[in-house]
Write a protein that binds this ligand. Structure first.
Ligand code: TRP
Length: 333
């Protein structure tokens, strides 16, 4: 029997290279050897976008197309929409008794994200909503509703997996062995920085999207930050502090040559950027061709989501019945 994988992303925008190299590329490889469930986490996206439901709705299909374009194969993996699995919401309510409010405030991911969302929640914790504070509980429900054993994620998600493990242990201790304790599986390239050297993020406009066209990619790469100590074309430079080099590592097969030429002062930054643009376009070409196919066939995307969600719902209903049995809240057949 193959082990079960569960992971997901929030549909708040199209996916960029941070999502791709930080998670998606790994998911594509894992679908060979695992029984995979990949969630479109629209309920979680609403925890900090509750005032913009149109944005979340629009991006459910965009993110699904990005999953498919990147190589998620709907014949092998199940793609589903979180909000259409009401059992996840039920489990969230049951688990909320097993987590203290102070533990949630101390969750490093919640803390960092709350800080980043000053505009939404105010300067301090006072303005944070119940739903946002509790999203780790809901994420534990996402995972356990499918008895997810292996959770392939980026580093930022580790505190959420740990929170889920605590909930599972407490549940099993109180109600008897029911749930499976998941394990995180980190990707190799977990922290892809933006072209300006900051964390890759939509608001900083420093990300390359899987669906970016040639013009956008050219503009972004030409503006990328290089070694500031290199002033002239033939100055030797340090590739380790150069954002262009960090992207060359991901997409350029001739990376050793790039590195030695840069260190020896035999490589100007403009030429290096031009080379990266070409490698990036080549790398993204098959992904973009696949995406185009799905953009032209929205009915196929909908069918994949519908079938995946139906399959996921059966799984979640099965686990939720077991949970209710153990909690002694299963009253009639
Ligand atoms: N929190 C994840 C993110 O922000 C998305 C997510 C939702 C998730 N449910 C999940 C990841 C379950 C792993 C497992 O990207």
């Amino acid at each position: 029997m193959k082990k079960r994988i569960l992971s997901g992303m929030r549909p708040t925008g199209k996916l960029h290279l941070g999502h791709y190299f930080g998670a998606l590329e790994n998911w594509v490889k894992l679908q060979e050897d695992y029984d995979c469930f990949f969630e479109i986490a629209d309920v979680q996206a609403l925890t900090d976008n509750y005032d913009n439901p149109a944005k979340v709705r629009e991006n459910v299909r965009e993110v699904t197309m990005d999953y498919l374009a990147a190589g998620i194969d709907p014949k092998r993996a199940t793609i589903f929409i979180q909000s259409m699995i009401p059992e996840i919401a039920e489990l969230t309510v049951f688990y909320s008794n097993l987590v203290t409010v102070s533990r949630l405030y101390r969750n490093p991911t919640v803390k960092t994200e709350a800080k980043q969302k000053k505009a939404l929640f105010g300067q301090d914790a006072e303005g944070i909503t119940y739903g946002f504070l509790g999203y780790p509980v809901s994420q534990a429900a996402d995972i356990t509703a499918f008895k997810g054993e292996v959770i392939p994620v980026g580093e930022d998600q580790l505190p959420l997996i740990e929170q889920c493990r605590e909930i599972v242990r407490k549940f099993n201790h109180i109600y008897g062995d029911t749930l499976v304790e998941p394990e995180a599986l980190l990707s190799e390239n977990t922290r892809i920085k933006g072209l300006d050297g900051n964390k890759m993020s939509k608001s900083l406009n420093n990300a390359i999207y899987l669906s970016d066209n040639e013009e956008a990619i050219t503009k972004k790469i030409m503006g990328a930050v290089t070694d500031p100590s290199k002033l002239k074309k033939d100055d030797p430079a340090n590739p380790e502090v150069c954002m262009v080099y960090s992207y060359q590592k991901l997409v350029n097969p001739e990376i050793d040559k790039v590195c030695s030429e840069c260190k020896a002062g035999k490589r100007g930054c403009v030429g290096c950027k031009r080379e990266l643009i070409q490698c990036m376009l080549d790398y993204l070409k098959p992904i973009q061709e696949k995406r185009k196919y799905y953009e032209e066939h929205p009915e196929i995307v909908d069918q994949i989501l519908k079938e995946g969600t139906e399959k996921a719902r059966k799984e979640a209903a099965h686990v939720t019945n077991e949970v209710k049995d153990h909690m002694l809240i299963h009253y009639f057949e």
